[in-house]
Structure formats: C-alpha cells, structure tokens
Design a protein around this ligand. Structure first.
Ligand code: HPA
Length: 273
C-alpha cells in the first residue's frame, strides 16, 4: 500500500531543501491570478514534475509550478496551476499539495478560482468571498483510511472559510475602494459547464456561484487544521441566465480584466493575515 505520509515527507523535504525557509501563508492561484507569482521576492520556482510524488497539471493555461519567497515581508508558497478532478486525478491526488504545504508549516491558505455566477445579481468581473461551499463532486478527498496524525476521521466543517480572514478581506476591500460579494460556492465535476437546469438546481440548493475546483483543497486544508480564505472571481453569469452560450475564452478574458483588483485584495490579505 502507498504510504501517503511518507510521500508527503519526501515532497516536503525536497521543497524545504530548495527554499530554506518555512512558509506561513499558502496560496492556490486560480485562472488569471498566476501573475501574483511574478511579485514574489527572492522567488524560488519548482516545477511540479521535479517534486517527488507531485501530480502534474494537464490543463492549458495552468502552468504547473510552486513559487516560494516573500510577499509583503511574509514567507509564502504558492501553487501556480492546480489540479482538477476533471483532469482524471482522484481527489486525494488533487489535494496532495495542500498536505505538503501543511508539512512545510503553512497555517493559512488563500484559495482562488474562477466561477460562474448563479446568483442573478452577480455580474462578471465581481469578486466573491466564499462563505461556505456545497460539495457536489460526488467524492471527497478524505475517503479511505484516516491517518489521525493528518487530521480527524470526522472533521468539523461548520466554518470551512475563516470568518476572521473574511473580516480582514472586507477591510482590505474598503481601503482599496472596491466591492466584495459574498456567497456559497458549489463545486461540480466538470469539465462541461452546467446546463441551465443544473444552474437552477444549484440556486435552489443555495449556491451563489459554481466552479470546478477549490472544494477538495479546502476539505483537506480544514482536515489539516489550516485556516482558509476563499475568493471567487465571477467570470460569467452561469448557464441559462443570459440567452447565450458560455465560453472558456470569456472566462479567461474576464479573469484577465479583474486581475488588478484581485491582486490588490490578495496582496492586502497576505500583509494582514
Ligand atoms: N461553471 C463552472 N465553472 C466555471 C464557470 C461556470 O459557469 N465559470 C468559470 N468557471
């Protein structure tokens, strides 16, 4: 049987030897936010394929590397490019990097993504703090034997996203002069975008936004006792709200447009958290 703890240790030792410090804040950069990696001081880049036991990203536009260094005087480590279930990995594999971050010392995690707005009031280009999520993936990264050294068998999920960090995010937004939405993020498997009926279902279930990532990473982070801030960039109105098809190009375009604000929010958070 594969010994996950040993795999985590091999990966984290490898990274530790390369970076030589203990990162405090971890970041998982979704579509469009990869540019944050360019702002890291004393940046050390480690392509995923060089790290023992790391999965390798397959999606176009998701360059796969870890970038570690300092941002706003804090030791950070970020994933430029993440792993999605729709790529064919199972949930344990997509979340392996979060385990490794924890082993490196990460206590706080910022997770970002692009999402479709299910809430009809949300417009493309708005940022949404994720206050809660709905796991509609049909799987869970904690399925299988539980190693109690990594976390509890039945982890509490009553505050998946830190209220403390959300308060700080509002302070940053106020200071920088932009609006923040807040809402519930529902993760679907993808890679198809939702049908209009699925979007109505999501709305009925209480979702404000839909996407294809984040939930597995957050589950593992909470299992590991990491404090989480989640931010969605609403890149489009979800399917069926407007009488027009969805396109990946639109998602990329809007994520690109929102980048400066998104960046300000995340930089401000790193400073405060
Ligand atoms: N649905 C799912 N994932 C997404 C969407 C969407 O509408 N937009 C960006 N990522």
């Amino acid at each position: 049987m594969v010994n996950v703890k040993q795999q985590i240790q091999e990966a984290s030792l490898f990274i530790e030897n390369k970076i030589g410090f203990c990162p405090e804040v971890g970041l998982i950069l979704g579509s469009g936010l990869g540019i944050l990696a360019d702002l890291v001081e004393n940046a050390i880049e480690i392509p995923y394929h060089k790290i023992p036991n790391f999965p390798v990203s397959t999606v176009e536009g998701h360059a796969g590397k870890l970038v570690a260094g300092q941002v706003k005087g804090k030791n950070v480590i970020m994933m430029k490019g993440r792993f999605h279930l729709y790529e064919g990995y199972d949930a344990q594999v997509t979340t392996f990097p979060v385990r490794v971050m924890k082993a490196l010392g990460v206590e706080k995690l910022v997770v970002t993504n692009a999402a479709g707005g299910v809430n009809v009031d949300f417009d493309p280009g708005e940022l949404m703090l994720i206050v809660d999520h709905i796991n509609n993936l049909g799987t869970n990264p904690l399925i299988g034997p539980n190693d109690s050294e990594l976390g509890e068998r039945f982890p509490d999920m009553s505050e998946p996203y830190s209220k403390r960090l959300m308060k700080l995010a509002y302070k940053v937004a106020e200071k920088e002069g932009f609006n923040l939405r807040e809402g519930v993020y529902m993760a679907s498997l993808g890679p198809t975008y939702e049908t209009p009926a699925e979007v109505r279902l999501a709305r009925t279930l209480g979702a404000d936004a839909v996407g294809m990532s984040t939930v597995p990473e957050v589950i593992v982070a909470r299992h590991a006792g990491i404090e989480v801030l989640g931010i969605s960039c609403i890149t489009n109105k979800a399917a069926g709200i407007l009488d027009q098809p969805l396109s990946h190009d639109e998602v990329v375009e809007v994520a690109e447009r929102v980048k400066p604000t998104f960046l300000n929010l995340v930089l401000g958070m790193i400073e405060k958290m």
